[in-house]
Design a protein around this ligand. Structure first.
Ligand SMILES: Cc1cc2nc3c(=O)[nH]c(=O)nc-3n(C[C@H](O)[C@H](O)[C@H](O)COP(=O)(O)OP(=O)(O)OC[C@H]3O[C@@H](n4cnc5c(N)ncnc54)[C@H](O)[C@@H]3O)c2cc1C
Length: 387
């Protein structure tokens, strides 16, 4: 793929360098890690050392001083090598961004150097069993007790809590004047008393596991609150836009990996007198998948550059559209790639079938396809709400 029009020479070099790292690990590494129930520790550590995991974080705290544009490049290229690192979506992108933008100096010093180097990981918990797509129904609640906070609630599907040093939990505090609940972000240490997790069995071949969390009167010090108690929603979206951009990059990388494998196969596999890739019924859907991935990436680049330019509102719409387009493109690309390999598409040797479930994650998380269509219907097109 050519990147010259919308990306700088530096971006191009970053892509090439990350692809070289990813290429040294490759799909076999990733699948063997998953098979053995391990984590991608070696790749994560090396990417951290090379500065790739913190490219978006401030230089002052050990980061690369870039933006979500650069971090998305890293994730996409690793994914295109068969190594999509889901924790990049949460640890440096959401948690790192929120702390860098809204944290106190002490919080920045405590967390950012580790997040940038990859030696510290942070999970992110917003989804609740009874709220799901409707974040207005979040009930995890924080109340003050002297200087401390007491946090109580439940979360579900939170990724990587077992390997994260802490989880950034979205709770709500009661507005003293109106009694209404306002969203707030709290850093909860992995071993905080009252904080427990239960692994959810998933049909997903990924090193990162998902957890249900119970917060039972978890006592947190005053400085567990990130940012301003009264600016909750704004701060939350400052973290959620990078999450959408990064999920798009995650999906595009995976889709590229699948198309590349399918194209390699279709070039040489011949069951009649020519390679199957010469049949347009095989070639055209792969060409279409490639086009859809390119288009999704263009939108992702737009969203990332709006975000990096400080346009949170503009980035919101673009990031939703990018996540939608990338999720759909990845699902189509993987489906066609698996089909291209015939029976081999379902073998462990070729390792493509496991991407069928993995690609669908990008369609439902962090916000589902339907909720983005709702958003565009209401916010962009001005249509009335059905709910
Ligand atoms: C692998 C994986 C990792 C995840 N990691 C995290 C994480 O790290 N942290 C975290 O907080 N969460 C995480 N999630 C949760 C994810 O963000 C949620 O699954 C997602 O937001 C959807 O919520 P839900 O599952 O409750 O679905 P629901 O909200 O119950 O929705 C079910 C279906 O109904 C549709 N629907 C709902 N409301 C409407 C409507 N008004 N109009 C039309 N359709 C509607 C949805 O689109 C969806 O198809 C993860 C999920 C997965 C699968």
């Amino acid at each position: 793929m050519s990147h010259a029009i919308v990306e700088t020479e530096e971006h191009h070099d970053l892509r090439a360098a990350v692809a070289a790292l990813g290429g040294r690990y490759g799909r076999e590494y990733f699948t063997s890690v998953v098979r053995d129930g391990k984590h991608t520790d070696e790749l994560w550590a090396e990417a951290g050392k090379l500065g790739y995991l913190g490219v978006n974080l401030p230089e002052e705290f050990g980061g690369g001083g870039g933006g979500i544009t650069e971090l998305a490049i890293v994730l996409e290229e690793l994914g295109a090598c068969g190594c999509p690192l889901l924790m990049m979506v949460v640890s440096p992108a959401i948690c790192g961004t929120v702390i860098a933008r809204f944290g106190t100096d002490a919080q920045k010093r405590a967390w950012l150097p580790g997040l940038a180097a990859g030696t510290t990981k942070m999970a992110f918990g917003i989804t609740e069993p009874d709220a799901g797509s409707n974040s207005h129904r979040l009930t995890t609640t924080a109340r003050r007790d002297g200087d401390d906070w007491i946090l109580t609630g439940r979360k579900v599907f939170v990724s990587g809590v077992d390997i994260a040093d802490a989880t950034l939990v979205v709770g709500r505090t009661e507005d003293a004047r109106t009694g209404r609940l306002k969203p707030c972000l709290f850093i909860v240490g992995r071993d905080a008393p009252g904080f427990s997790r239960r692994r959810i069995a998933m049909e997903l071949a990924a090193p990162e596991k998902q957890f249900e969390l119970v917060l039972d009167e978890v006592r947190l010090p005053a400085d567990a609150l990130v940012g301003d108690e009264d600016a909750g929603l704004l701060q939350l979206f400052a973290g959620l836009n990078p999450e959408r951009v990064m999920t798009a990059a995650f999906a595009i990388g995976m889709g590229r990996y699948a198309v590349t494998r399918a194209v390699d196969y279709a070039r040489t596999r011949a069951v009649w007198d020519r390679p199957i890739g010469a049949h347009q019924a095989i070639a055209h859907p792969l060409a279409q998948a490639h086009i859809e991935l390119e288009l999704a990436r263009l939108m992702t680049q737009k969203a990332a550059s709006l975000y990096d330019a400080g346009d949170d509102a503009g980035a919101g719409e673009a990031a939703n559209m990018a996540k939608y387009a990338a999720g759909e493109a990845a699902v189509h690309a993987v489906d066609q790639a698996v089909h291209t390999l015939g029976g081999n598409g379902l073998t462990s040797e070729y390792g493509l079938a496991s991407l069928i479930t993995a690609a669908r994650v990008a369609r439902v998380a962090p916000v589902s396809r339907e909720m983005i269509l709702n958003y565009v219907s209401h916010q962009t097109l001005g249509l009335p709400k059905s709910y």
